[in-house]
Design a protein around this ligand. Sequence first.
Ligand code: FMN
Length: 185
Amino acid sequence: MSKIEITSNIAPFPKPIVLVGSTVNGIPNFVTVAWFNRINGLPNLWAMALGKSKYTLEGITENRTFSVNFPSTDLIEKTDYCGLNSGRKVDKSALFDVFFGELPNAPMIRECPANAECTVFELVDLPKTVLVVGEVKHVYTEERFMTDGALDPAKLDPIIFTRPGNTYRALGPIIGDAWSIGKTL
Ligand SMILES: Cc1cc2nc3c(=O)[nH]c(=O)nc-3n(C[C@H](O)[C@H](O)[C@H](O)COP(=O)(O)O)c2cc1C
C-alpha cells in the first residue's frame, strides 16, 4: 500500500487527560492538560507542556510545586471546564473538594481516583510553551481503585483525549500483554 504525506503539525494523541493543580496568588487552581508524559524512572520524572500565558504556570514558577490529578469519566464536564476557563478570570477552586498532602501549594482533587505531588525538577523554555519537568514525590489513591496492591487502569476509568475532532473517550478493552505478546513471533 502506498503512503501519503499529511501535515507534520500533528500530536501523539490519544492521551489520557490530567488536571494539574497549583496555588496561584493564594488560591488553588486547576488546568486541563493533554501534553503530559513520564520521561524518566528513578527519579520518577513527569513532563508537561504549558502555554506561556497559562495562569497555572505562574504558581508553578513561584512555588516550585504542583499536583497531577487523574480524573475519571464522571468528571468529564469539570475537566473540560478547567480547560475552557483560566484562573485569571474564574475561581476554579470551588469546583472540587481540594486537599493537601505533604507539599504546600500543591492542591489536589479528592474526587480524582489518583493524585500526585510533584516538585519542579526543571523548567525548559520552548518557543510557545514551558516544558515543566516535575519529580513525583507522593502519590495518593483509595483502596477501591487498586487491584493486587497497584493502581488498576480499568478502575481509574481515565478520560482519553483524541484528535482530530477534539473528543473524549473511555479506555478500550485489553488487546494483549506488553513485553509478552511479541514473544509469539
Ligand atoms: C482537552 C484539553 C487539553 C488541553 N491541554 C493543554 C496542554 O497540554 N497544555 C496547555 O498549556 N493547555 C492545555 N489546554 C488548555 C488549558 O487547559 C486552558 O487554556 C486553561 O483555561 C488554562 O487555565 P489557567 O490559565 O487557569 O492555567 C487544554 C485544554 C483542553 C480542553
